[in-house]
Design a protein around this ligand. Structure first.
Ligand code: ADP
Ligand code: MG
Length: 258
């Protein structure tokens, strides 16, 4: 059955777009057909981060104006045949689109795709509410700092109110050294604040920044430990138990988070 998942956060800059893209690649390489929707309409980032900017010809505005079909705005990825991008449209505001129209669009996409990942705009404004209104499931991206986790807690409350009950926490920019030196919160703190299951961690790695800037997603470099983080996340999304961390320094935490 097809799954529609919104990738969201409270605080901006925690890595929603990076996670959406790399998870898209990881799901596609595990044999799934994936559609990434860039719902951060004002910014329009995913096409650039995936190196697909020059391939975007039409956008949602053209579909609404009957200038092209929904299938024509989907941009096929250069590296993965089963990964497609529905790009954002700068001159259109996501929340001003007709919700029934968007629901129909998602239903149509569900016929063709195994996973639809929606990269939500930051914050809890209309764009976020709109994006999450289209899903049953959400990945809440956090970093291990108080502001990110407090803001995420607010988002969890709003998602539950909207009826999005299948919630996963994903800790991005995870840095073992910072945790052990007490420079940031740890995974138990994060769990205590949010009380939602941990789907996985993605290491803090400057190669992620470089990859995003080159339009060549970090996941595609299979030698990176970041790439393995996403493979584990894909397995957990499918209900397969995988060790939480290779470097098992905290067996208690591993038992808590699986
Ligand atoms: N795991 C990571 N390690 C290092 N930098 C990261 C990581 N994930 C994201 N970044 C960087 O953090 C910044 C914000 O990421 P982005 O995905 O645009 O966040 P958001 O979509 O939440 O605003 C970018 O410069 C990105 O390259
Ligand atoms: Mg973003």
């Amino acid at each position: 059955m097809s799954r529609t998942i919104v990738v969201t956060s409270g605080k901006g800059g925690v890595g929603k777009s990076s996670i959406s893209i790399n998870l898209g690649y990881a799901l596609a390489s595990a044999g799934h057909k994936v559609c990434l929707i860039d719902a951060d309409f004002g910014l329009k980032n995913l096409d650039v981060m995936m190196g697909l900017e020059n391939r975007v010809i039409y956008d949602l505005k053209d579909v609404i104006a009957n200038k092209c079909s929904l299938n024509q705005i989907l941009v096929k990825d250069k590296r993965m045949d089963s990964l497609f991008l529905l790009p954002a449209c700068k001159s259109l505001s996501f929340e001003n689109l007709n919700i029934d129209y968007m629901m129909k669009m998602i239903e149509h996409l569900k016929e063709d795709f195994d996973f639809i990942l929606i990269d939500s705009p930051a914050g809890i404004e209309k764009g976020f509410q709109y994006a999450s209104g289209l899903c049953q499931e959400a990945i809440i991206v956090v970093t291990l700092d108080v502001v990110s986790l407090r803001d995420a807690d607010r988002v969890v409350g709003l998602l539950l109110k909207q009826g999005v009950t299948q919630l996963h926490m994903l800790v991005n920019k995870y840095n073992d050294d910072d945790i052990h030196k007490g420079r940031c919160l740890n995974l138990k703190d994060a769990y205590d604040i949010l009380s939602i299951p941990l789907l996985g961690i993605v290491y803090d790695d400057h190669l992620m920044i470089e990859a995003n800037n080159k339009g060549m997603p970090a996941y595609m470099n299979k030698t990176l430990s970041i790439s393995q983080c996403f493979d584990r996340i894909v397995k957990r999304l499918q209900g397969i138990e995988v060790p939480f961390q290779k470097n098992k320094k905290k067996p208690l935490l591993e038992r808590i988070f699986k």
